[in-house]
Ligand binder design. Structure first.
Ligand SMILES: *Cc1c(COP(=O)(O)O)cnc(C)c1O
Length: 372
């Protein structure tokens, strides 16, 4: 057989695939345990909106029909929500697909994209897949006000005339750190007009800090801005794969050239529309997360474990030892968390905020696992 590895495009040759959180079924199959809890992929512990589930049931009978390739109804609703035109909305098979479309639209060998150290793993992945250069700017120090968070000055310093895209996660996963209106506005103002600034707001709905910016409102002032959002987190629809971006109409039109004609399936469109309208489910999810962040934060503090202050629906904590064995022992307690060594955090683990009961199970499992 030919050496297809050597024949792959240069970026792919050096690519390491994304490692998702372990599914509950896999763990239960592997270790023969029951009632495992997955706190590994920042999913909504309340599940999907009941209204979304109802919309799915209604849509099942029409699965022989192709989806609306232009996503008319959902785009209309999203445009209304953000006060933009539907032409400014791009739907994706998860917001990750939008990130990939961006890379395929603006990045080729010779171009580069800038992001922060410890930033969401999908940025380097999509950049490398098109054989462009990924530039990770050093993050803030562990003892700073936003430990391991994006250092926007360091990021700006890495932008040059070949930088087509900058990825900013606000808040960032896995650190849970965030950027203020003032800091982000200064950064976007300073980036060249030819560089697309992608602000990934996957966890925006969870953030309650008053000076956290909603950058979907900045599009008139910054035509080089693109903001991504997702239905995977607060809306509890990770399994359906639905995300979107808002941008200038010109940027959206270019992404539309690259995407597959039916990239977002019919059920996802219908459920997304229903989930968007279910403000009660969103509010309940925010509240469970607020309480859970306090519960998990207090629990970690009681156990003497440092963690990165997070405004998302997850917390990354320091076990001050190689985290692999801790992760494995937690699995044996039926608790799935997420190793983050691939993010340059060699002694940390990330846990998703669950229900009060799930959080308690995690903390109790930690006691078992960390007691010598
Ligand atoms: C979870 C997550 C997403 C969402 O990805 P989807 O493809 O929409 O499921 C995007 N960005 C960040 C930083 C995330 O953590």
């Amino acid at each position: 057989m030919a050496d297809f590895a050597a024949l792959a495009v240069p970026g792919v040759q050096a690519l390491r695939p994304y490692e998702p959180g372990k599914p509950v079924e896999t763990l239960e199959r592997e270790l023969g345990i029951r009632e495992a809890v997955k706190l590994a992929s920042n999913e909504n512990p309340l599940g999907p909106s009941p209204r979304a589930v109802e919309a799915l049931r209604t849509g099942l009978g029409n699965l022989h029909i192709y989806p609306d390739g232009n996503g008319f109804a959902l785009k209309q609703a999203l445009a209304e929500r953000h006060g933009v035109d539907p032409e400014q909305v791009t739907l994706g098979n998860g917001s990750n697909e939008v990130l990939e479309l961006i890379a395929r639209t603006w990045l080729a060998p010779g171009h580069n994209a800038v992001y922060s150290q410890h930033a969401f793993a999908v940025y380097p992945l999509v950049v490398q897949a098109v054989s462009a250069e990924g530039r990770a700017a050093p993050a803030h120090a562990a003892d700073s006000e936003q430990p391991y968070g994006h250092d926007l000055e360091a990021m700006a310093a890495r932008v040059d005339h070949n930088t087509r895209v900058v990825f900013v996660a606000n808040p960032n996963n896995p650190t849970g750190t965030w950027l203020t209106t003032e800091a982000l506005e200064r950064f976007v103002t300073g980036v060249p007009a030819e560089t697309l600034v992608v602000v990934d707001e996957a966890y925006a709905e969870y953030v309650e800090q008053p000076d956290y910016p909603d950058t979907t409102q900045w599009l008139r002032r910054f035509p080089n801005l693109l903001v991504t959002r997702t239905f995977s987190k607060i809306h509890g629809l990770a399994g359906l794969r639905l995300g979107y971006s808002v941008s200038s109409a010109m940027v959206a039109e270019l992404l539309n050239r690259v995407r597959q004609p039916f990239n977002v399936n019919a059920l996802a469109q219908q459920a997304g529309l229903a989930a968007l309208r279910d403000t009660a489910h969103v509010a309940a999810s925010v509240q469970v997360n607020r309480e859970g962040l306090q519960q998990v934060g207090a629990g970690l503090r009681e156990r003497g474990l440092d963690f990165i202050p997070s405004v998302g629906n997850f917390v990354t904590f320091d076990v001050r030892q190689p985290p692999g064995p801790v992760y494995e022992r937690l699995l044996r307690q039926g608790v799935i968390v997420r190793p983050v060594a691939n993010y340059g955090l060699p002694t940390h683990l990330r846990v998703t905020i669950g229900t009060a009961i799930e959080n308690e199970r995690f903390l109790k499992a930690l006691d078992v696992v960390l007691t010598p």
